[in-house]
Design a binder for this molecule. Structure first.
Ligand SMILES: Cc1cc2nc3c(=O)[nH]c(=O)nc-3n(C[C@H](O)[C@H](O)[C@H](O)COP(=O)(O)OP(=O)(O)OC[C@H]3O[C@@H](n4cnc5c(N)ncnc54)[C@H](O)[C@@H]3O)c2cc1C
Length: 318
């Protein structure tokens, strides 16, 4: 017998949805095309330690999400990182005013999604290729299916007969290139830098400080414009991209030495260009959609979208 609900995508939205359904007694399975849980909460082991190459941190404003984050903090999975980042503009580097508390994770942000997956069946390396009316997932009938992924990827999965669902995920997304770089010792004194007015860089994070192991590792995120022009090079010929991003980082932080090692990651669908106000899509045909395009594009909202959809779907299926 197939499970009640198939959830496609093991990012934080998919796992939040799966948990809400499972705790209401529904049988769920999460199918993930990749080799790891986490999605854009992406942690990769580089030079013997985890590095966050997707989301840099999480914030929490919503009470329900705060309860979850407090539990992660209590169990040592997450910790408050900082509420203050520097800003770089044409005038140079300056301290920014305080913002909300940003949380990091010692083992990387993907470990938080792995924690949500405890007790939930997740099939890794299991890409779904077709979702059609019924709903039918790759030819198998299910009670409901949840697409928990960026719009362009969801659009590709949906059969042309799913007109309302395809219309719901027809918006464009912007790309980002992330570059991790390590030095022999820390040559800067910032937790992170919001970069304005630079054609290449948008943001630099100190991965050692956010991970609380003090490793001299930075992760830089490109501007959308730079990523749009150079995305294809990351897989084919990353040297030039890495060189340009690292040069921009060194100029901003005044680092006179080249890094010991570097690593580049392309995110073709990093952020939705036009996020929607509603928290999820749930039509009458048993096909549902959640993720960070439903609310503002942040970790917290991806979780909220999945959690609210799972709660509502459980109610409808009961
Ligand atoms: C570079 C970058 C920086 C960011 N910085 C921050 C930040 O600092 N703070 C913050 O709050 N947010 C940040 N974000 C946003 C945050 O990462 C996302 O909001 C959140 O991770 C989205 O989670 P999700 O579950 O909706 O989607 P995803 O994490 O993208 O999960 C979708 C999953 O679906 C899988 N999938 C796709 N197609 C299929 C298929 N056909 N079959 C099976 N599986 C499939 C994918 O492999 C993926 O694992 C950042 C994002 C990026 C890319």
């Amino acid at each position: 017998m197939s499970p009640d609900v198939q959830i496609i995508g093991a990012g934080i939205a998919g796992l939040a949805c799966a948990r809400a359904l499972a705790s209401a007694g529904h049988e769920v399975v999460v199918r993930e095309r990749g080799a790891a849980i986490g999605g854009r909460l992406a942690t990769r082991e580089l030079d013997g330690r985890p590095v966050d190459l997707g989301a840099s941190y999480l914030t929490c404003r919503d009470e329900a999400f705060r309860t979850l984050v407090d539990d992660w903090v209590r169990r040592g999975l997450a910790h408050p990182w900082t509420s203050s980042f520097a800003v770089h503009n044409r005038l140079g580097l300056s301290r920014s005013e305080d913002g909300p508390m940003r949380y990091g994770a010692g083992r990387g942000l993907a470990a938080l999604v792995e924690d949500l997956a405890t007790g939930i069946p997740v099939r890794l390396g299991d890409p779904v290729t077709d979702v059609g009316p019924g709903p039918v997932v790759d030819g198998v009938e299910v009670d409901a299916v949840v697409l928990a992924m960026p719009d362009p990827e969801a659009h590709q999965l949906l059969d042309p007969a799913c007109e309302a669902e395809r219309a719901a995920v027809s918006s464009a997304w912007s790309p980002v290139i992330a570059v991790a770089a390590a030095w022999s010792r820390r040559r800067w004194d910032v937790e992170g830098v919001f970069v304005h007015d630079d054609p290449v860089l948008d943001w630099i994070a100190d991965d050692g400080r956010r991970r609380a192991d003090s490793a001299p590792v930075l992760v830089a995120h490109s501007t959308t414009g730079y990523a749009s022009e150079h995305l294809d090079e990351v897989d084919k010929n990353p040297e030039e991209v890495v060189h340009q991003v690292v040069d921009a980082v060194r100029a901003i932080l005044d680092v006179d030495e080249p890094p010991r090692w570097t690593y580049a990651q392309a995110w073709p669908y990093a952020k939705p260009l036009a996020p929607r106000a509603s928290p999820f899509f749930l039509g009458d045909g048993g096909i549902a959609i959640c993720g960070d395009a439903w609310g503002s594009p942040r970790v917290e909202n991806a979780w909220l979208s999945g959690h609210k959809l799972g709660t509502e779907l459980a109610r409808r299926l009961a």
